[in-house]
Design a protein around this ligand. Structure first.
Ligand code: SAH
Length: 245
């Protein structure tokens, strides 16, 4: 089951309106709708997401990721390059690319079928500023993608101390990491204090938001890279996860 285009546009307008996201969504409804129809069509086949009910997809995937896009826009002035690590079925990367057409978005995932899915969806939706690559973050960060991005984002990939080591190495000095977290944000931030310092980053701000009619807490944790990450990072994945910084 999926909303018709008319139902989707009406509901998106209502939810974006009550969330202060109308301006960002305006004129991008078609792209956002295609992201949802594709997910509905392919999620079972590819085991892409546990969220399939249309209202839930709209809130927990689209609106949630447009909140991230709002912060990305403020940090990047709507331009530059963004890498989304562990993007899965394209979250937050596809909605960010849809609503910020001047940001060049790269989505990375370790699973090849997910990157194929994301590139097909972007092509169908007419999202031209998007490219998905099949790679493991800790390996790719050691190649030409290292220290190459203005913004790095991630949602639901790993605990913050592990995630920082996977993400900060991709940032240029002066770039920002935006981590989408839930109720455990404060606890994860404390646990990640040492990792932040070792990787050359500093904590900048915690943006609290909530999804319409859902009471779970959501946060965007913003970190800035202030120094080049030492060459020893990222380590291989077993070290990163067994001995987090
Ligand atoms: N960000 C998406 C998907 C979360 S699931 C969302 O919020 O819906 C986590 C994803 O991260 C999976 O698709 C998995 O393949 C990917 N992943 C986990 N570790 C990774 C790594 N080290 N490098 C690249 N991708 C990774």
């Amino acid at each position: 089951m999926i909303y018709t285009k008319e139902e989707f546009s009406k509901r998106l307008a209502e939810l974006a309106g009550s969330s202060g996201l109308s301006e960002l969504c305006a004129s991008h409804e078609d792209k956002l709708y295609t992201i949802c129809t594709q997910l509905d069509l392919k999620s079972k086949q590819f085991n892409l997401t546990a969220i399939t009910e249309p209202e839930e997809v709209l809130k927990k995937h689209i609106i949630d990721c447009v909140f991230a896009a709002k912060t990305v826009k403020a940090l990047s002035k709507g331009k530059g390059t963004l890498l989304d690590v562990g993007s899965g079925a394209g979250f937050p990367s596809l909605p960010i690319a849809a609503v910020l057409p001047e940001v060049s978005v790269t989505a990375m995932d370790a699973t090849a079928k997910k990157t194929v899915y994301m590139n097909e969806t972007a092509a169908l939706a007419g999202i031209g500023n998007f490219n998905a690559v099949n790679a493991r973050a800790e390996e790719a960060a050691r190649g030409k993608m290292g220290e190459a991005f203005d913004i790095v984002s991630a949602r639901a990939v790993a605990r913050l101390n592990v995630l920082l080591e996977l993400c900060v190495p991709f940032l240029k000095v002066g770039g920002y990491f935006v981590s989408m977290k839930g109720a455990a944000a404060d606890e994860e931030m404390k646990e990640a204090a040492a990792a932040t310092k070792k990787l050359g980053a500093v904590f900048v701000e915690k943006v609290q938001y909530s999804l319409p009619a859902l009471c779970d807490e959501r946060y965007l944790l913003v970190y800035k890279k202030v120094e080049k990450t030492p060459d020893i990072y990222p380590r291989n994945f077993s070290q990163i996860s067994k001995k987090p910084l």
